[in-house]
Design a binder for this molecule. Sequence first.
Ligand code: OKP
Ligand code: ZN
Length: 343
Amino acid sequence: METIFSEKHRLRNSKTELFGGELVEPFERPSRAEYIIDRVRAVNLGPVSEPDDFGMDPILAIHDKGFIDFLLTAWTDWQAEGFKGEAMPTVWPARRMSTHIPNHIEGRLGYYALACETTISDGTWEAAYAAAQVALTGAERVSAGAPAAFALCRPPGHHAAIDMYGGYCFVNNAAVAAQHLLDKGAKRIAVLDVDFHHGNGTQDIFDARDDVLFVSLHGDPMDAFPHFLGHADETGTGKGESFTINYPLPPNTDFATWRAALAKALVHIKDYAPDALIVSLGVDTFETDPISFFKLQSEDFSTYGADIAGLGLPTLFVMEGGYDIEEIGINTVNVLQGFEQAN
Ligand code: OKP
Ligand code: ZN
């Protein structure tokens, strides 16, 4: 399987994350992608290619222009205020408040953020843009007939919505790729999100649409980030009714339970008969992930890669989370090899 990868991911190198009331080194750090690409090369998964540049149009096909303009200038606007740390919101349009978009950068950060752990700093936009191009290039390969491709995106994307960033995500790479496949002639795309966290951004983007089926397995939002989306009773709205399917799972979920939910998810995807599948691939379901609570072991990733291959669909894997950095390469590539060896 071909991997698409850009060294520009390194430009996303913020120094701080607000975690447990402290500013810590971000869990979402450059070494994550380095461990993954090293493993891709060590096992000879396949060629590693640079992304092509599809420009801003495919990003703006998913995201609000005002939001993207905000991301483009957030860091310089923040610095212009003379602030010493990295850009982080501290105020939100909470219940019964105004939704006017403020002028001041502190107001705009709160308007466009869904959470405050994710700081914006020098190079954030450039890396997020490159990650979207990685996903688009992967989509292009699948559209051209490749049975599978791996878009090694960093920063991740599934928490980013039409006009919201947070949860380490800025541009929704999987959603941009899904739209690109549709624009290239696909009639229906399924997104299977196996990251530990609910893909609230992807769900929200396609909530009212019937041309993208969104199916997610994740930590129950009653107990896990992003806390405010991902319940089983969210099934899509309007034309999109029944095209959102969530499997929230409790703390300490083991592989047998997780795999049973995956089997149900795969039946729904098969019934939908999509032209292609996008897997939002987070490996933070691993037993020793520092911010998650599922109990998958390394060999389980190979097993479920093969389960997904059973669909027999052209498949684009888009990298999302995974924070046990020493193991992230093994677990990620296990999914990809499990998929390929089953085919
Ligand atoms: C991004 B992705 C835990 C707080 C979690 C943000 C997590 C973002 C995960 N106490 N904060 O889905 O892997
Ligand atoms: Zn995650």
